[in-house]
Design a protein around this ligand. Structure first.
Ligand SMILES: Cc1cc2nc3c(=O)[nH]c(=O)nc-3n(C[C@H](O)[C@H](O)[C@H](O)COP(=O)(O)OP(=O)(O)OC[C@H]3O[C@@H](n4cnc5c(N)ncnc54)[C@H](O)[C@@H]3O)c2cc1C
Length: 424
């Protein structure tokens, strides 16, 4: 650890240059601030979760995972051979506090309040992404295709339709499709699909790491600095914070913690313990980027397939096994076999496989806000399944919070304090 006298910086320091850190940096720059991003990898690197996701900006996905009945459904899922949900049983003792907090969030009143907050964040992010798309000239990489949820059974489709009044009230566009209408839009989809639900307002990141790299380029052009270092510890000081890295220490008055699923490891060094877990997710890349024109999700089989620039990407998986367990590709390989029915003519050759770490809090809401005890520390992490979707609004809110401005939406539901006393 760099224990030498810390170098001082007057820049806004952002730890983590995934989509959340980059959006925060870009918004701070727009407000005229100088930024320094520290990350152990380069923006767009394969080791970022922002690299390998499905690329869907799904503003209409607002229900939290913790819902009444989620607990029973989860247990049933664990017993099914083809389920996307997996727990490594050796990890269960470490996972238990998170599971307990998740259970408490599953009450009807809590789940509904969480859903409203997520909807407000998503809805604002829709506006922020539309303007980012224009300002950053991203129309070749951020496409207005929407995405289609696919159903084999009437029951699953009817459950989806129950959400439409809320989508209508939020002004989010959708269209119910018959199996034939689905195949008119996407002719490659097999006959087993009986219904579709087209979420028309969703945007699609045609290759998420290209978006990340473009954003990083813009930040650099505007004078933003990037430093490739592993942050080992944070230390509270009278003036702000000292960031200890492998080769150096840096003192800063304004620090944003945007380290995704690894954020708790850094908070532990200042004595905090937030219930941040990771829902590990996998992807497989195949040939055939022109098989589809937009992302699709087979709801019952829990598979998303996205036509990326570099090929067709299938994503799936919610594996609760922490940050250190090695990848286990068996579950996604079993799911991969199910593609024969969904996309019968597809060349299913596996080109590459990938594991990523969704940063997940028990109520499916991120933390966006100031640290209650450490002056100058602001945090944005825990975006779970929706980090790409919510990133544009998160960056804007972070910049407003840091600069002491009124925020565009109420950030109280995203406060650190909602987890009570987080001291270790
Ligand atoms: C399979 C899968 C599919 C998904 N699909 C979607 C989707 O379709 N739509 C959607 O909205 N979301 C999706 N997500 C979720 C989304 O990818 C994440 O929520 C999002 O990428 C989180 O971004 P982040 O910037 O917080 O984290 P990251 O991208 O992980 O960035 C965090 C950065 O912090 C750095 N860092 C961490 N610790 C340190 C340290 N100590 N020192 C220096 N640097 C450090 C890391 O190197 C990393 O670059 C998906 C996720 C998965 C796994």
């Amino acid at each position: 650890m760099g224990t030498s006298t810390p170098v001082h910086t007057h820049q806004h320091v952002i730890i983590g240059a995934g989509i959340i850190g980059l959006m925060t940096a870009w918004h701070l720059q727009q407000a005229g601030k100088k930024v320094l991003l520290i990350d152990r990898v380069l923006p767009g690197d394969r080791n970022q979760t922002s690299y390998g996701n499905a690329g869907v900006l799904s503003f209409a996905s607002f229900r939290p995972i913790a819902e009444p009945g989620a607990w029973q459904q989860g247990l049933q899922g664990l017993l099914k051979p083809n389920s996307a949900l997996k727990i490594r049983w050796r990890y269960l003792p470490t996972l238990s506090p998170w599971l307990w907090a998740f259970l408490k969030e599953s009450r009807r009143d809590k789940a509904d309040a969480n859903a409203s907050a997520i909807l407000a964040l998503n809805n604002h992010s829709k506006t922020c992404w539309q303007s980012a798309r224009q300002t950053l000239q991203l129309s070749d990489l951020v496409e207005a295709t929407g995405w289609i949820k696919l159903f084999e059974s009437d029951a699953a489709f009817q459950a989806q339709l129950k959400q439409t009044p809320l989508l209508d009230s939020a002004g989010l566009g959708w269209q119910a499709l018959t199996g034939h209408e689905v195949r008119d839009l996407e002719p490659e989809i097999g006959p087993a699909i009986q219904h579709g639900f087209w979420q028309k307002d969703s945007l699609f990141l045609r290759q998420p790491h290209h978006v990340i790299q473009r954003l990083a380029e813009v930040i650099r052009e505007r004078g933003g600095e990037f430093r490739q270092e592993n942050v080992q510890a944070l230390q509270k000081t009278q003036e702000g914070l000292t960031i200890h890295m492998q080769h150096q220490s840096l003192a800063a008055t304004q620090v944003s913690l945007c380290a995704g699923a690894f954020s708790q490891r850094l908070l532990a060094t200042v004595g905090d313990n937030v219930p941040l877990e990771t829902e590990r997710g996998y992807h497989i890349m195949m040939p055939g980027c022109d098989t589809l024109t937009r992302p699709i999700m087979h709801v019952e089989k829990q598979i998303v397939v996205s036509p990326m620039l570099e090929g067709l990407r299938m994503t799936t998986g919610e594996e609760l096994a922490g940050l250190d367990a090695p990848a286990d590709y068996r579950m996604i390989q079993r799911k991969h076999k199910l593609l024969t029915a969904l996309l019968p003519k597809l060349d299913r050759t596996i080109k590459t496989q990938w594991l990523g770490f969704r940063p997940s809090l028990p109520d499916s809401k991120p933390i966006i806000g100031r640290h209650p005890r450490i002056q100058g520390l602001t945090m944005a992490f825990g975006h779970g399944h929706l980090g790409m979707t919510q990133s544009a609004a998160t960056g804007e809110l972070m910049s407003q919070i840091i600069l002491g401005m009124d925020t565009a939406i109420d950030t109280e539901p995203f406060s650190f304090a909602r987890f009570g006393n987080t001291r270790q």
